[in-house]
Design a binder for this molecule. Structure first.
Ligand code: G1P
Length: 275
């Protein structure tokens, strides 16, 4: 199983530190945020992880690649514990790297993974978001394997934040605990936002896409056909809507909490929970 971790965003909410340190490399204790994300993918069975970077984020690559020279120095010095910690990022999975040439949006970043993925379902984990408690990924991979439909994790979203996220509409499927989605909108106004309904048809609070996705390979032709959307960027949500129409799409409610570390407040919250 393969996973894609988009990590090519500018990190403007973290300036000035993001000028030199990618937001994904900010620490939660002794490990950077992206370590936890890669670990989550590995625990869900992903053996190959592709990280989408830009040229200013080389430190991510350095973090996940082995460094035989320094490993030998540690080994010769008998520093067994330090050696294990030093090796631990590279041991999570096989890592691959690709560079997004232009900032053309999340959809464009995922599109770059086409040749790496080939013709099988795969996971996407946004590298600036950690999840507390049980990761939804294992269940989502199973759902896609069994149904041939893609799946996105969902989290209830306060009304004032609806315009910051992708928002899902659909109806609860009591048997599976999932939602069968019938609408998706990227960063809508609250009044225009689609809504989930429970099995009896009652309308629920808004639910946002929560940084974890499992796609069938049909996402690639959908992305190729996608014109630039909001902000002139290729929006992943627009291509997801094609899959929704053509194959159906599931939403998986998060058991834990999504912590977006793309801003200083989110990082502090995550540090309190993860360190
Ligand atoms: C992206 C997606 C959005 C999703 C969000 C958090 O937005 O486009 O649909 O809800 O991640 O998972 P961004 O934060 O990159 O603007």
């Amino acid at each position: 199983m393969k996973a894609v971790l988009p990590a090519a965003g500018w990190g403007t909410r973290f300036l000035p530190i993001s000028k030199a340190v990618p937001k994904e490399m900010l620490p939660l204790g002794a490990k950077p945020v992206i370590h936890y994300v890669a670990e989550e993918a590995a625990l869900a069975g992903c053996t190959d992880i592709l990280i989408i970077l830009n040229q200013s984020k080389e430190s991510i690559r350095r973090y996940f690649e082995p460094d035989p020279v320094f490993e030998e120095i540690l080994a010769k010095a008998g520093k067994t514990k330090e050696l294990a910690a030093f090796r631990s990022p590279a041991e999570l999975a096989r890592f691959h790297f690709l560079y997004q040439p232009e900032m053309r949006g999340l959809g464009d970043a995922v599109r770059l993974a086409k040749d790496f993925i080939g013709d099988e379902p795969f996971a996407v984990l946004l590298a600036d978001t950690v999840i507390t408690g049980q990761s939804p990924l294992g269940h989502m991979l199973q759902v896609t394997a069994e149904t041939g439909r893609s799946c996105v994790s969902l989290e209830q979203c306060p009304p004032e934040r609806v315009s910051r996220y992708g928002i899902a509409g659909g109806v609860a499927d009591a048997a599976s605990g999932l939602y069968r989605l019938d609408a998706m909108e990227e960063k809508p106004a609250l009044e225009a936002a689609p809504r989930l309904r429970d099995a009896q048809g009652a309308v629920l609070a808004p639910h946002a896409f929560a940084a974890r996705y499992v796609f069938t390979p049909a996402i690639f032709p959908a992305l190729e056909a996608c014109p630039p959307g909001r902000n002139g960027e290729i929006q992943l949500t627009d291509a997801m809507r094609t899959l929704l129409r053509e194959q159906g799409f599931y939403g998986a409610p998060l058991a834990g909490k999504r912590l977006d570390i793309g801003n200083p407040q989110g990082l502090l919250e995550a540090a309190a929970l993860f360190c």
